[in-house]
Design a protein around this ligand. Structure first.
Ligand code: ATP
Ligand code: MG
Length: 417
């Protein structure tokens, strides 16, 4: 029989790597908690139509990356490729907007896209993101961009670039679309196949293309910032001023459009410049999507959000010193003492210690070998004399220093280190 393996592009996280994941996740939770974001958890699977309507038909995600299948009832379902659409769906479904003028939500979890796997690009990957409904910005836009920068810094990721742009509102998009089409049409035959096909429906996609020939043509394309309506232009100026006031670094990148259809006005991307991923890896993408809630059938509601690719952070984040996952390793001198050892281990765990023990009944030597290999700084030895006296020998493995202590003082001693 062929060996069973995980699906291509979908990776296991083993306990030795889980500690770094916990750091990513707990740092995020702690930080967004300070801004008043509440967590939303939505299903991994949604009706396909949700993503088609929000992300847009002529996008890479919807055209070629979604895991879509018919369930047994014949309904078309899709594994979520991102979190924004599901959150907006939940926000609408539960009429959250009727209960509060502004909603601040965050999420964390796995996303699914059938891409060609590469370093930092997987078919199952993890994102953490925030969404704000009901605030038209621009100050909240600046605050959100700054939050991402603070998060990355908290993880020791300093070498980053924050790119911002504005896509304007409805009318801007139409005028710019026309100007862009006028520019692109004469070059149509030089564009990649994807871009040729999408040209009339969604010319902005050409600017976001990863194909070399498209990028060369996009180079000289008209810039959307020259087409902004007055309100969008003011919004963008105020955004920049707010970022400057907070000391948040940014660069205006007029060609930034990003891969989803739903963005309006503020758009941003954070790239990492160092580490394993090479130059210019996108770590986070975000922007305002003032039309999406209405597009999904809700009331017109301004909204903004971002998604951070956690797998990529793992590749650029500084190595922290791993914390030991155990406080003590219990060593049992004879088989007869194993029941007693179980009770002592439980007593120590109740006192907050992380305790492992080798209860297979092997020699002291083999148990000490396991204690040495474990991350526990202390071996706790239980022999007949100690069992009689209600004590343990507490041996610090790094120094060999050993003390006999009453069992009820052991927790304090090993937790203090
Ligand atoms: P890219 O241009 O790299 O394909 P994207 O524009 O498709 O990114 P978004 O949809 O904006 O990315 O998702 C936000 C973030 O999620 C990205 O900046 C990236 O860090 C991460 N991400 C996206 N796709 C993947 C993937 N297949 N594997 C790992 N991380 C991903
Ligand atoms: Mg992509």
């Amino acid at each position: 029989m062929a060996k069973l393996r995980s699906v291509k592009g979908m990776n296991d996280v083993l306990p030795e790597d889980a500690a770094r994941w916990h750091r990513l996740e707990s740092t995020f939770r702690e930080l967004v908690g300070r801004y008043g974001f509440g967590e939303v958890r939505t299903p991994l699977v949604e009706p396909t139509e949700l993503f088609v309507r929000s992300i847009g038909e002529a996008t890479d995600i919807v055209e070629k990356e979604m895991y879509t299948f018919d369930d047994r009832g014949g309904e078309s379902l899709t594994l979520r490729p991102e979190g924004t659409a599901s959150a907006a769906r939940a926000w609408l479904q539960h009429s959250v907007g009727n209960q509060q003028p502004v909603t601040k939500w965050f999420y964390m979890g796995t996303m699914y896209r059938r891409e060609r796997p590469a370093k930092g690009r997987y078919r199952e990957f993890r994102q953490a993101g925030c969404e704000i409904y009901g605030d038209p910005g621009p100050f909240v836009d600046a605050e959100l961009i700054d939050l991402v920068v603070r998060y990355l810094r908290a993880l020791g990721i300093q070498d980053i670039e924050v790119l911002i742009n504005s896509l304007g509102a409805g009318e801007t998009r139409d005028r710019y679309r026309e100007a862009l089409l006028d520019y692109l049409r004469p070059h149509a035959s030089e564009l990649s196949e994807d871009s040729q096909r999408r040209l009339e429906r969604n010319p902005l996609r050409v600017l976001d293309s990863k194909a070399k020939q498209d990028q060369a043509i996009a180079e000289n394309a008209p810039q959307i910032l020259d087409y902004l309506d007055e309100e969008s232009a003011t919004h963008f100026e105020e955004l920049k001023a707010a970022l400057e006031a907070m000391g948040t670094p940014y660069v205006v990148e007029p060609r930034l459009v990003r891969g989803l259809d739903y963005y309006t006005r503020t758009l941003f991307e954070v790239r990492g410049r160092g580490g394993d991923l090479g130059a210019n890896a996108a770590l986070c993408g975000g922007g305002r999507y003032d039309d999406m809630v209405a597009e999904l059938g809700g009331p017109s509601t301004p909204a903004i959000g971002f998604a951070i690719g956690l797998d990529r952070l793992l590749l650029v984040m500084a190595e922290g010193t791993p914390k030991p996952s155990l406080d003590g390793f219990l060593i049992v001198r004879s088989k007869e003492l194993r029941t007693k050892a179980l009770a002592i281990a439980q007593q120590l765990r109740d006192a907050g210690c992380r305790i492992d023990a080798d209860l297979r009944g092997g020699s002291m030597k083999s148990q000490f070998r396991r204690a040495d290999k474990s991350s526990a700084p202390f071996a706790l030895v239980l022999a007949e004399a100690e069992a009689e006296a209600g004590t343990l020998q507490v041996k610090e493995l790094a120094t060999g220093e050993q003390n006999e202590l009453p069992v009820d003082q052991v927790a304090d001693a090993i937790l203090r280190g």
